[in-house]
Design a protein around this ligand. Structure first.
Ligand code: ADP
Length: 204
């Protein structure tokens, strides 16, 4: 589990600060965290980028948070042990929440292979603002795609704790949506996702 807060005499300032509602009014959109979970190579980053363009065309403000990108910055001291993966998700979800509180549609692309990680993210962000999408393609398809050459490396034993190979990937318990990237072309996946999301982000 995440480490306990060790600092004392902390006094967070909430009173008098502008909230999500006021900021949504400026942006004319509802903030939402869209949380992609799926194997490496399942299509999370590709769909995140295409979805962001679709939102942009329709004048919605978004921010992508990508696992690899955060691992070269805020999470660069973390590896792939269970404890580090949990901390990776905790920090990422807290970061997503900051964007959410600004009314921004935040597209999060993290393998987040276990239900405890997804549940932690949901708990931090709040169920009401959390939309979980299982970006799914069978393991063999992801391995065949091997976009970053990671599957080959993992097969050669050069990467340990590789999700789907020697580290587990649990099927998500209750995703809001499942996108099968091996069955539909990218454009259709993005269209389906966008149509599902529009009522949630639309500001009346
Ligand atoms: P991840 O971010 O999950 O590791 P990537 O987005 O980097 O995965 O890679 C997914 C690969 O699968 C890309 O090469 C992409 O072109 C390909 N692909 C094929 N069909 C789809 C689809 N319907 N949706 C997303 N990606 C797809």
């Amino acid at each position: 589990m995440p480490k306990k807060i060790v600092a004392t005499d902390i006094h967070p300032i909430f009173k008098g600060s502008l909230g999500k509602k006021e900021k949504e009014l400026i942006l004319k959109q509802k903030g939402l965290v869209i949380w992609f979970t799926g194997l490496s190579g399942s299509g999370k980053s590709t769909i995140a980028k295409a979805l962001e363009h679709k939102f942009y065309e329709n004048k919605f403000l978004t921010q992508i948070l990508d696992g690899d990108n955060l691992r070269i910055g805020i999470n660069k001291n973390l590896g792939f042990s269970e404890e580090d993966r949990l901390e990776n998700i905790r920090r990422s979800a807290e970061t997503a929440k900051t964007f959410l509180d600004c009314g921004i549609i935040t597209i999060c692309s993290f393998i987040s292979p276990l239900n405890i990680y997804r549940d932690l993210a949901k708990e931090i962000i709040g169920e009401h603002n959390f939309f979980q999408v299982f970006i799914h393609a069978p393991f063999e398809v992801c391995e065949e795609r091997d976009v970053k050459g990671l599957y080959q490396k993992a097969r050669r034993g050069e990467i340990k704790n590789f999700t789907g190979l020697d580290a587990p990937f649990e099927t998500p318990n209750n995703p809001n949506l499942v996108i099968h990237t091996h069955l539909s072309p990218l454009e259709k996946c993005v269209e389906d996702l966008y149509n599902e999301l529009i009522t949630r982000i639309y500001y009346p």
